[in-house]
Every structure is written in structure tokens, then in C-alpha cells.
Design a protein around this ligand. Structure first.
Ligand code: ASP
Ligand code: MG
Length: 406
């Protein structure tokens, strides 16, 4: 007998019929002899609907009141699910975040969990009931309702699993797992049976948005085995775990992530003196613009070209700042390109395999794709290319690294 935390997202509880189907799934897990704590999101679209109501009155509404408002979405689904479970003779009890006492800080709309009281939940389980907990919400030390940021129910699920030392945290969603890359781009993309937390973080932050990133960080930190599965089809999904060692057994590359939301900025002819990089990126950082890939190279004329990428939404802001900065540092000119894309190979296996980069560059060269920038880490190699060649690049890399073969 195990203790399992199951989290069901908005589409999984989007209608009364779907809530009943979720109840059947939970009952099946109970019938196998497991204890179950369930976390639910609001019905799909509900959080947006509630936020729009507030906005119609005041688009500067107090964050604390927004939290009171949006937390009702999850309060509806915990009650309906508990009702559906009782109806099929599966004893259940619903809990709001504050009833559990999911204690958070007071950063309304983006609160962080500080502590979870598990006594009440354990008593509920000991009484043979399923505990149905509202995701996304908590309570601060003043008793005020807080929420954890959009998509925060994933984090509630993982945090509960960590606090209860659950055997597994299962995230039920509308996809049946984590794929080698986006199946809309590469039709032969394959579901991964396992992936490490580290890899998942790279895949998620690069655009494979299956889980809220914070929940993956949390699961990694507390070593909570996390499984992503579909609530609509049967199957084992993808298990996200700690790196199990024996890297030699692992595929070199686990997946390919990509991002079309970046833009590139180049400051050319920067005098090659200490402090130049700081004088360029200092003002960018002060303006709260986040920088991703950075490349600097010294030319024969003792000046450098300083190139970096930012989110596309911040492109104009960064460009304006650089026009001024370029004058200050005595640079020749500033150029920008907001039609670039980033493609990344991700895999803990590359730690122990040489030649991954050259294999990547060879594949891109065969398709005549020009690489504009390169950046690497222990488990990732990223290239910046022209946006027009993104899909071609992802497809040829997927084939070059045999990702379509199990
Ligand atoms: N209902 C919240 C949202 O839409 C939390 C969640 O679904 O995870 O962001
Ligand atoms: Mg979600």
C-alpha cells in the first residue's frame, strides 16, 4: 500500500462528466489499496473568467482581493469532486488551502509555501477517506487567502507529496507525458518513460510547458518522484526522477527544446577594455530585462562585438537602452534581430559523451542552417538560428540523434 498524491488540472475537471470520470479514477486507485490525496485546479477557463470580472471593475485591483476571488475556482472543484466520490461510495472530504493550513508568505498572487500542516490530512486518510485539496491556494500568517501564481496547483501537489512523504506525485493533464520534442513539429516525437528533474527543468523553461517550473524545482529539491500522465487515456506517462547514476546507459540526448520568443541584440565595435561588458549589461539588468545567451568576441582591431538575447517582449526596451549605452562606451553601432529562435539539445547523457556539439553542428550544416550563437552547459547545447529554419532544425536534430527510436 502506498500513499499517492494525484493532481488533476483544469481540463480534467472541466465539466461535471469529467469530474465524475476523475472520481472513478481515484476510486480505482483506492480499490488497489492505496491512500490518496487529490489536488485539483479550477474548471478550465474559470480562473481567467474570474480575473476578467475583477478587471472589468478595476485593472489595478488589490492582489489580496484577487486571491480571495480566484481561490473560489478551486473551492468549487474540491466540493464537486468530493460529492462525486461520495456518490460512488468512495468516502471523501474536501479541504481549502486554509483548512489544511498551507501556510505561505504574504506575496499575494505569487505566494510561496512555507509550511504544510499534515495532521488533519493524515487523520482523514486514517479514517479511510480521500482528502481532496484545493490547489493553487494557501493562507498567510494573518489568515488571509493567498495564491501561488498561475499554474500553481502543480506546486500544491508536489508540496503536499513532499510534506506527506508520499510515494509518488501524479500530475494528470491533457497530454500523456513528456515528449522528446513538440509532436506538432516532429510527428515521430516519442513519449519519454523517464526524464531527470534537471532535464525537465531545461525542457520546461525552454518551452515544453507541461508543468509549472516551480513544481519541478520543488520536486527536485525534496526528491519527490513526479509522474505526468493523461487523465483521458491509460498509460504509464513520464516519470521525473533524480539522476540515477549510470549515465553510460543513458541516451546522449533526451529531448530537443525550442523557443521562438527571444530576440538578439548586438553592440558592435566595443572598445576592448575591462568593464565594457558590465557597462553594457548593467543598465539592461537595472531595467529588469533578463538576458539569456551572451557571446563576446575580440576582433583584430581590438574592439569586441557583444551579442546577447532577451525575451522578444523586451526587445524594443533593450534596444533603446543600448542606443544610449553605445554612446557611453564608445561603441560603433547597435543592431537587433527579433526573428531568431533558440534550439537546444538536452540530456544528462551528454556529460559522458564527447562530440555532441560537433554532431549537432554537422546536422545543421547538412541542412544549410547558419548558427548565429552557441551556448553550452553540462546537460544542454543551445544554438540561435534564423526563426525561419526552426522547424527544419528541430526535425533534422531529432533524426540525427535517433530520438524517434526507443
Ligand atoms: N487555476 C489556477 C490557474 O488557472 C491554478 C492552476 O490551474 O494550476 O492558473
Ligand atoms: Mg496547469
Amino acid at each position: 500500500m502506498a500513499l499517492i498524491v494525484q493532481k488533476y488540472g483544469g481540463t480534467s475537471v472541466g465539466t461535471v462528466e469529467r469530474i465524475q470520470a476523475v472520481a472513478d479514477k481515484i476510486k480505482a486507485t483506492r480499490d488497489q489499496g492505496h491512500d490518496v490525496v487529490v489536488v485539483v485546479s479550477a474548471m478550465s477557463g474559470e480562473t481567467n473568467r474570474l480575473l476578467a470580472l475583477a478587471k472589468a471593475i478595476d485593472d489595478q485591483a488589490l492582489p489580496a482581493e484577487l486571491d480571495v476571488l480566484v481561490s473560489t475556482g478551486e473551492q468549487v472543484t474540491i466540493a464537486l469532486l468530493a460529492i462525486a466520490l461520495e456518490k460512488i461510495h468512495c468516502p471523501a472530504q474536501s479541504f481549502t488551502g486554509s483548512q489544511v493550513k498551507i501556510l505561505t508568505d504574504s506575496a499575494f498572487t505569487k505566494a510561496r509555501i512555507e509550511n504544510i500542516e499534515v495532521v488533519g490530512l493524515r487523520q482523514t486518510l486514517a479514517a479511510g477517506k480521500v482528502a481532496v485539496v484545493a490547489g493553487f491556494q494557501g493562507v498567510d500568517d494573518q489568515g488571509r487567502i493567498t495564491t501561488l501564481g498561475r499554474g500553481g496547483s502543480d506546486t500544491t501537489g508536489v508540496a503536499l507529496a513532499a510534506a506527506l512523504k508520499a510515494d509518488e506525485c501524479q500530475i494528470y493533464t491533457d497530454v500523456d507525458g513528456v515528449y522528446t520534442t513538440d509532436p506538432r513539429v516532429v510527428s515521430s516525437a516519442r513519449r519519454l518513460s523517464t526524464i531527470t528533474f534537471e532535464e525537465m527543468l531545461e525542457m520546461a523553461s525552454l518551452g515544453s510547458k507541461v508543468l509549472q517550473i516551480r513544481s519541478v524545482e520543488f520536486a527536485g529539491k525534496y526528491g519527490v518522484p513526479l509522474r505526468v500522465l493523461s487523465s483521458f487515456t491509460e498509460g504509464p506517462g513520464t516519470l521525473i526522477t533524480l539522476d540515477q547514476g549510470d549515465v553510460m546507459e543513458k541516451p546522449v540526448i533526451s529531448g530537443i527544446a525550442f523557443n521562438r520568443e527571444e530576440a538578439k541584440l548586438v553592440v558592435r565595435g566595443v572598445p576592448d577594455v575591462p568593464g565594457a561588458a558590465y557597462r553594457i549589461l548593467g543598465p539592461i539588468g537595472e531595467a529588469n530585462v533578463e538576458v539569456d545567451v551572451i557571446v563576446q568576441n575580440v576582433g583584430l582591431d581590438k574592439t569586441t562585438d557583444f551579442t546577447f538575447t532577451v525575451h522578444r517582449n523586451e526587445f524594443n526596451k533593450a534596444l533603446n537602452i543600448l542606443e544610449q549605452v553605445a554612446k557611453d562606451v564608445g561603441a560603433r553601432e547597435v543592431l537587433g534581430d527579433d526573428h531568431i529562435a533558440k534550439v537546444s539539445l538536452v540530456g544528462v547523457g551528454m556529460r559522458s559523451h564527447a562530440g555532441v556539439a560537433s554532431r549537432m553542428f554537422e546536422a545543421l550544416a547538412k541542412d544549410n542552417i547558419n548558427i548565429q550563437m552557441i551556448s553550452t552547459s553540462e546537460i544542454k547545447i543551445s544554438v540561435i538560428i534564423d526563426e525561419r529554419y526552426l522547424e527544419l532544425a528541430v526535425r533534422s536534430l531529432h533524426a540525427a540523434f535517433d530520438l524517434d527510436k526507443a
